[in-house]
Write a protein that binds this ligand. Sequence first.
Ligand SMILES: Nc1ncnc2c1ncn2[C@@H]1O[C@H](COP(=O)(O)OP(=O)(O)OP(=O)(O)O)[C@@H](O)[C@H]1O
Length: 714
Amino acid sequence: MESLQVALSQDFFEAFARIPRNKQKKVNEFVGKFRNNPQSSGLNYEKINDAANDQFRSVRVDQDYRAIVMKPSKGNVYLLLWVDKHDEAYAWARRHKCQVNPETGALQLYEVTHHEAAVETEAASEPAEDKAESEGEALFDLRDRELLRLGVPEDRLEQVKAVTSQRALDQMERLLPVEAFEALCFLAEGVSLNEVMAEYAVPDGEHEVDTTDIDAALELATTQRRFHVVEDEAELQQMLEAPLEQWRVFLHPLQRQLVERHWNGPVRVLGGAGTGKTVVAMHRARWLARNVLAQGEKLLFTTFTRNLAMDIEANLRKICTQEEMGAIEVTNINGLAHRALRQIGHPGQVVYPGSDEYSKCWDKALTQSPGELNFPDSFYEEEFEQVVLTQRVQTRQEYFKAKRVGRGVALSRKQRAQIWPVFEEMRLQLHQNGFLTLQDGIYAVMDHLAEGKGDLPQYRCAVVDETQDFGPEMLQLLRALVPEQKDDMMLVGDGHQRIYGRRASLGQCGINIRGRGKKLRVNYRTTEEIRRYATAVLEGIEVDDLDDDQDSLSGYRSLLMGQKPVLKGFSDPKEEAEWVCSEIQKLTDDGMPDRNICVVARTEKHLKDVKSALKEAGRDAYPVRRDSTENTQIPGIRLANMHRVKGLEFKVVFIVAVNQGVVPLQVAMDKTEDVVEKRARDLNERALLHVACTRAVQGLYVSWSGEVSEYLRS
Ligand SMILES: Nc1ncnc2c1ncn2[C@@H]1O[C@H](COP(=O)(O)OP(=O)(O)OP(=O)(O)O)[C@@H](O)[C@H]1O
């Protein structure tokens, strides 16, 4: 007998997540039975009168619940589409269509009748300005053929051609298959037809589609973003245990294209906040472990921040087998450098700028500064970090030749000679105290590797998240640890989220991406309203593409719609803190678990008033830590500074104290007098606010007391 297969739809998991726990157990048993034998006579298939698709059947889960199943006329795959209470399940079946698109070959699921009525009513109550807009020109100047190739079903062509505004398009969301809606959204956002066609359309006239062949449809990446053929019982159980963690199985076709193929060298993945870069990186690591690593070979998965590395390791465990995990090493880049230094037996202790030890060395070094030049102390520190350390300058002669691109003050040869003693003294101080900077530490490791002593692990592949924050020496270290070859590296990042350090170019660090890579455009995390607000914070700012070009934040789209961010100013911080508490109270009264709420400020100090107000209100609150994973199960409001929330997400985010002088942080800005450096810091500060805003999934509250931050004034 031909073996039977079961594919579960993404919608099924959403429906499953919504039903009560005791019923989930029943559904779980049912799914197990169904998967073992979808044709089992005990399953009571019932035809649904008036269903838009005559292959839809309802199947009894228990007395109250029914699952909606598609029983194909041909082939050996059964589709499990929905689960709900009896009447609701039937209503769902009457409202949806599931069929293979004759043009694209993808299996599509979309609404038929319910929302058509809704669209009419909503159109009748459109605000005046939208009505005016909707009487205007058609939004899409496309031929039927192009629309069909983008996956618009034939029976929707006329409606799509009649769309005259973004709002009218938004209202069609459920009436269109997701891929077609997404493609139209990008066109409406101004992404060029060529780009959208390249990413979404089927090649013209390339293949014949058999609309009854569900097996073939399930092979397509477009189908796989919404349907998954379950491999085994263990996978099914994992999926049902965390039905909302859909990233584990349902990849966007663009994500899948990046993950499941061989690349001829390093590949770069760009994408704004929340576009699923980390998800791509994790799936890539699994794919490499399965398809590329030979016995005994290792993969390095590295990030900039420590807590993100820990989160990633915990998530990788959810999608990888133990054996695969055994070949994957997850660590943040500083941790990797520290360990390598120990392994090569380097006696130095790494010290970081801002630490007491480092500052003491500087106090001594600055005694050598030539008074006649009148440079501020900050100038020397910046010059040391950005020129001397970055270019490994050891001698006065080397300093004469060093490139000073990006420094605000030009220096003559004579001036270089005058200031060199400061750096010489700094190196001496560090050395005498047994200290070394991270950069020097990394270079020591690279020297060791270059000598070929063979006592440091090398990796077959590396997957890198948060690449935008890696300094040049870190990228060079990666290059040294991972020999150049096919499938050697994947680097994901977003220059708009650079909150540490400065720009480094992959190419200039020996990582040649040569056009390999893609940009992810669909924001999976935040609502469109929050995404737009967070993008506006960076308006007019130029950001690099991690290599030698520019990147931009246009051409993105979130598919979730929601409330506009709430913005509110107060005359003093106590009032602001009370407001935050009362808004939190409203949210928790409405059923939002407090663990899903995070209050963020530029620094810990600016969380003080909210902390006391929460305490007075008898609420649990605890800080997001640098060195632990974010355990989403522990109750309590989360508190964090802006740096700490990078890479995380919360249902609701409150950003407090967005005051003039705090955002951007005046003390950080005042530390430099160099104009170029000031601009770089301003960018980092804006990026911090952008990062904080983009952590919010459905609710964003931004507040201030006294004068509002200049970043919010426009
Ligand atoms: N294919 C997918 N299906 C469902 N959810 C997804 C998918 N891809 C990503 N997500 C979800 O979207 C959210 C953002 O994903 P992720 O953290 O990978 O984005 P990112 O681009 O790395 O974000 P950031 O740069 O802001 O840290 C997460 O909740 C993730 O689970």
